[in-house]
Design a protein around this ligand. Structure first.
Ligand code: ADP
Length: 361
């Protein structure tokens, strides 16, 4: 069993995640092993440093204030939304606001109840347990944590077969924060045990530009407002991508310009990475192109496209599709994914070559 991170409120800079970058074949790069100090530097440390998501932010603040006033632990919170939008950032800022400790687990590593027991028994009064990718937790673990969430107790089975005994173990009152890219995959009983369910949506270019300006300052990089906006427009509504683009533009400016990020330098740098005017990278376009070239524009099941591209369907569904759907370059139909006229035009293909619905439904 792997325990990822355990830290208290003062150990504020530990952080091991900045995932969902992709290599040239579109496979996720597990950046947990390569996280640089910069990732840590760029991640907001307190809720009030977070940009955007104002409604979610306000609700969380109210819940924290109320919990503090009543001297009770904060209710369990579920965050959902595409990767890189701030689920982990919220989860790491909330305990700091509460002045409590945080444990981080990942649903993918919670394969049996015994995997989660140490987290539950180590949880201090009022502390936060964050389970990222909670939809990947095994069903047995899910059922095991119901009483932990509801009554702060677990039922441990000791011994085997006819000698097996169940022992009821009380826990300290803790707050579970779950994060998922797919609420649809969570069972209703688990979803219902979260007092708050917050959906994170894509950021506006203005919000992303504010993040870019803030972070350029942290990186001590001179940047002008227009250049920040160019980066924001090409970041697919996602702070993580805005940060990645900024860092690449910074490298480019250092190596090929005089270190200053002007709009021209920013555009040249992003061009070099194949990032287009909508912020799509070569892999996003490959996905759309495969639907066009191999499947006549669709409709096609996502598994078929994934197989053709030799990539896990989950990567397409979690990381690539949400922004394409949101930008109306792609639609979901009962029979599968279909590229839109706008999508075809964006690829520079001829819409007449494909049988595309004229209106979206
Ligand atoms: P998720 O858990 O949803 O995949 P993260 O919380 O890890 O996303 O966010 C990725 C990065 O984006 C963070 O490390 C942080 O630098 C940046 N980020 C996310 N949300 C915000 C925000 N609201 N304001 C500023 N930066 C943010």
């Amino acid at each position: 069993m792997t325990r990822e991170v355990l830290y208290g409120p003062d150990d504020s800079d530990r952080d091991d995640r900045d995932r969902y970058d992709r290599d040239e074949n579109g496979r996720p790069i597990d950046r947990r092993r390569t996280t640089s100090e910069e990732d840590i530097l760029l991640r907001p440390k307190r809720l009030d440093e977070m940009v955007g998501q104002r409604e979610v932010y306000e609700r969380i603040l109210i819940a924290i204030e109320a919990a503090k006033k009543r001297g009770e632990p904060l209710g369990h919170i579920l965050f959902d939304g595409p990767p890189g939008l701030g689920k982990t950032t919220f989860a790491t800022c909330i305990p700091k606001e509460l002045g409590t400790s945080l444990q981080i687990a990942n649903g993918a590593t919670l394969k049996a109840p015994k995997d989660i027991v140490p987290y539950l028994t180590n949880a201090e009064e009022g502390s936060v347990l964050f389970i990222d990718e909670i939809h990947r937790m095994q069903k047995t673990v899910e059922e095991f944590i119901y009483p932990a969430m509801e009554d702060f107790r677990i039922d441990l089975t000791l011994g085997e077969g006819t000698n097996a005994r169940t022992m009821n173990m009380p826990l300290k009152q803790f707050t579970l924060i779950g994060a998922t890219t797919r609420t649809g995959l969570l069972s209703a009983p688990l979803r219902d045990r979260f007092q708050m369910r917050e959906h994170l949506d894509f950021y506006t270019p203005e919000e992303l530009s504010a993040i870019v300006l803030k972070n350029a300052e942290k990186l001590q990089m001179p940047i002008d407002d227009v250049a920040a906006m160019e980066i924001a427009f090409r970041s697919r509504g996602t702070p993580r991508l805005a940060n990645n683009r900024l860092r690449w533009v910074r490298d480019f400016a250092d190596a090929r310009a005089d270190g200053k990020i002007t709009p021209k330098v920013a555009l040249r740098a992003m061009d070099m990475q194949g990032i287009d005017s909508l912020g799509l990278d070569p892999f996003d376009r490959k996905f759309l192109e495969t639907i066009c070239r191999v499947f006549g524009g669709g409709p096609v099941g996502v598994e078929a496209v994934a197989h053709t591209m030799n990539i896990a369907p989950d990567t397409l569904v979690d990381e690539v599709e949400p922004f394409l759907l949101r930008s109306e370059l792609l639609i979901r139909t009962p029979r599968g994914r279909k590229i839109t006229e706008k999508g075809i035009e964006h690829l520079g293909l001829n819409p007449n070559d494909f049988d595309i619905p004229q209106t979206l439904f």
